[in-house]
Design a protein around this ligand. Structure first.
Ligand code: GLA
Length: 377
């Protein structure tokens, strides 16, 4: 199924890895529908790897782990749907998943039908244990065709880590999103590495969103078997991480334990004006502006939005505060008789009309997000 805007939801992997069960999924669905996250747009509840029995059943079908999911997956899906949410699951294009459970290679059609019968709305499809006989486009097209014929609308979320020139061929597979980077960790250097790998390689892939991996906002160094929660990040870094993902129209899939989310993280994740930029239906690609007068490691991402305004995300990757400026001429404004009406999208504040230049002092690892509308003087 095509998604018109980047999918938003929650995924079990970042915090819980293999420690998942029915109770967690049910409590997560409850939490999303009570704490404002579902209302903000987070609708997919996605179970990642480690949900299955270690081997297929005697009929060759995937089977839910009986200890973790005693009532089976349909029961869990029904519960998630009863909350007005959507249900996501995980498989892999190879013979085994990345955590060594059965993969879908050679079983794509029966697995797609089984996911449909359980009521799955979204399938994350990973990239481990691939047979040598098949290249990546073929492996992803195989599941894409099976999903397109399984009798249910299922969002196909390719998790292919940005290898094999994925952006060149992924829109031929039926995927709605594609992972363009390796796995994220909950620390500034990881967020920085992912952002830096993406900002110079931004592309609008038709019908397929660039997935920069699950959000770490709110993890605070918890869970993830230690290695994903790699020390945690500060609130400023979480805010910057969220603004980067939104400016680049990445899916927004929360990886924290939403049953125990701190209030600052909840506010970052539900910032309606930042989410509106992520979800803009114009689907224009962002571009990067590096102004000569600005400090190294500062830059502005600009994205044309469907109402004709421009979103400006200013970022400071330095360890000290920095002044970041954008000349409106560089965004396309006429130098004669035109200005920008500026709205601070992070703080929901109108800043009035600005001529020629927008500047902000940005704290270390910080960001500012503006929505600018051209006006005649
Ligand atoms: C890969 C993916 C992760 C997660 C794990 C599960 O590393 O990139 O997002 O799904 O596999 O094993």
């Amino acid at each position: 199924m095509k998604e018109i805007t980047p999918p938003m939801g929650w995924n079990s992997w970042n915090t819980f890895t293999d420690k998942i069960d029915e109770k967690l999924v049910i409590e997560t669905a409850d939490a999303l529908s009570h704490n404002g996250l579902a209302e903000a747009g987070y609708k997919y509840v996605i179970i990642d790897d480690c949900w299955a029995e270690k081997e297929r059943d005697k009929n060759g079908m995937l089977a839910a782990d009986k200890q973790k999911f005693p009532h089976g997956m349909k029961y869990v899906a029904d519960y998630v749907h009863s909350k007005g949410l959507k249900f996501g699951m995980y498989s892999c294009c190879g013979t085994r998943t990345c955590a060594n459970y059965p993969g879908s290679f050679g079983h794509e059609w029966e697995d797609a039908k089984q996911f449909a019968s359980w009521g799955v709305d979204y399938l994350k499809y990973d990239n481990c244990f691939k047979p040598n006989c098949a290249d990546d486009p073929l492996l992803y097209r195989r599941m894409g065709l099976a999903l397109a014929n399984c009798g249910r609308d299922i969002v196909f979320a390719a998790c292919q880590w940005g290898t094999e020139n994925v952006s060149d061929w992924i829109s031929t597979t039926g995927a709605a999103t594609y992972r363009s980077t390796g796995d994220i960790k909950d620390c500034w250097s990881s967020v920085l590495g992912i952002a830096n790998s993406q900002i110079e390689a931004l592309s609008a892939t038709p019908n397929c969103f660039n997935d920069m991996d699950m959000l770490v906002v709110g993890m605070h160094g918890n869970g993830g078997n230690g290695y994903i929660a790699a020390g945690g990040s500060t609130d400023t870094e979480y805010e910057t991480h969220f603004a980067l993902w939104a400016m680049m129209a990445s899916p927004l899939i929360i990886g924290a334990d939403v049953r125990h989310l701190d209030e600052v993280s909840r506010c970052i994740l539900t910032n309606s004006e930042v989410i509106a930029i992520d979800q803009d239906e114009g689907r224009y690609a962002p571009y990067v502006l590096r102004c000569a007068s600005n400090l190294h490691n500062t830059f502005t991402l600009v994205r044309l939005l469907s109402d004709g305004s421009a979103a400006l995300g200013m970022f400071n990757f330095n360890d000290t505060a920095a002044l970041v400026s954008v000349n409106f001429f560089d965004v396309g404004l006429s130098v004669r008789g035109m200005s920008m009406r500026v709205r601070d999208a992070l703080h929901h504040e109108d800043l009035g009309v600005r001529r020629e230049l927008l500047s902000a002092t940005i704290e270390p690892h910080g960001s500012a997000v503006y929505r600018c509308t051209a006006v005649n003087d």
